[in-house]
Design a protein around this ligand. Sequence first.
Ligand code: ATP
Ligand code: CA
Length: 567
Amino acid sequence: MADWTFDGGSSPSAQASASGTASSGDEVSDRTSVITGRLKQIYRKVVLPVEKRYKYDYFYESPYLSDVEFDAKPQVMLIGQYSVGKTSFIRYLLGRDFPGQRIGPEPTTDRFTVLINGPEERVIPGNALSVHPDLPFRGLERFGVSFLSRFEGSQMPSSVLRSVTLVDTPGILSGEKQRTNRGYDFTKVVAWFAERADLILLLFDAHKLDISDELKGAIDALKGHEDKIRCILNKADQIDRQQLMRVYGALLWSLGKTMTSPEVARVYVGSFWQEPLRTMDNSELFEMEEKDLMKDLAVLPRQSAVRKINELVKRIRKVKTLAYIIGYLKQQMPSLMGKEKKQNKLIADLPNVFRTIMKKYNLAPGDFPDITSFSNKLRETKFAEFNTMQQKQIDALDEVLSKDIPALMEELPSERDSPETLRAKMGGAVGGGQGIVSVPIPKTAAKYGKQEQFDGNPFGYSQEDQDHYWALQDSADRLVGSFEALGPEGGFLSTQKARDVLVKTGLSKDQLRQIWNLSDMDRDGLFDRDEYVVAMFLCDAVIQKGRPIPAELPASVVPPSKRHLLK
Ligand SMILES: Nc1ncnc2c1ncn2[C@@H]1O[C@H](COP(=O)(O)OP(=O)(O)OP(=O)(O)O)[C@@H](O)[C@H]1O
Ligand SMILES: [Ca+2]
């Protein structure tokens, strides 16, 4: 498996994984997208025909579901006062710059930017986004042209964006400026995104805690979504411990006053960008906080898959009940005379009709439509033209509820899983083991001043070389950025892609094979981020410094995530 040829990619393993990734699209390794694919199938094959037969869209004023509803990724919205570091946070999370990115001390982001995954890097204008059939931004055109000109998509290949969509927002200004500058209703737009978001990150600047009336207004627009809000006290390394305690207290106090939620929102404290901490006073705390926050992000794909399943279950139960109601009403119709009279009588007697159907078919009261609006809808119809009940269709719906859906739920990783079952569900991801989620923990060793990652003296490499390696680690961003740009899937580069990168270095096949064998530490034929960094380091050492390729990977360059693999 680990053995690798560089002569045109004819090795069976290279071919297998190259065709595997190319043919089945972007997200083959992502478990949740397999699950949403199955949901889509169930809906189209089993549920939709019943909806159409009994006019679910008319009675529930709810359009038939399209693929977008199933495919939409969990969304994370960032909001806060200007210059709190929203865009920098996104940049840090992605491990790279993004098209249209602007970071600076003055108010910089002047538009809503959605960051989405896609094969090529480009900026998509707002009016195109809002009409795109495959993207969940339809409906935004109602906020007018001045909003659309301040709405933008930033597309790039990124493993993070394969799991979530990020929404960057313009910083909230204080006072007059806020009101005069924007030609659209900022709060309403925030509310629109909040409604659709799975997580809302509310950022504050520890160095300059300022909760203006405008910010309070924006927080107000998040009402009803308190459970999605996480607060971030950013730039917390800019102040000393005592100041930090004071600021933290002040923030909790004003949040308690501003947010009507009974529980205090979780506040993550730290400095969420790639630069090293300014003071190390609280470095351990910050590092733990960051890990917790990344976990919050990492569970999103699962949460959103669960939500989609639950919503479909609710819908199926309603569809099934509607089929019974319509079928029953149709059945009550006399075959010749007095149809209208009978119809009016049934409508007038609807509560009893519902009760009869409920008992007869053992249905739940919660699955019945609202009586008043349903009677109004019925008045506009002719019962005689209704379709009859088809037991086969109902049986198929029951089968989905009792077999298919529970099976799908079983496939989702959960807290109850053991490491083994979890790994199996996540498609056998090895090493880093993030599997279902490809939200990576950003490289933090350099940032938190951790030296233990590359201890000892590497195989006769000089101090200069070590410094060089450290520089590589320090600019892990750059490397990670280039790694991300290569389009890893589920955190891994396919054999084909890894091969292409290595070939580009111009080293000989033999050298490359040795480097590959050293850096594919878990021997799965793929490169994860750490393995990629090691490979690039080795190539660099050979090319730049003329070093020999070592026979074994020196302990000093084995990343912590791989130490257990090498004795
Ligand atoms: N964790 C951090 N610690 C210290 N400074 C930071 C941090 N993150 C960002 N900055 C700096 O703060 C300034 C504002 O950053 P950024 O543009 O990311 O903020 P923003 O919230 O997106 O602002 P805006 O609302 O104006 O778009 C920049 O100068 C940036 O370099
Ligand atoms: Ca910004």
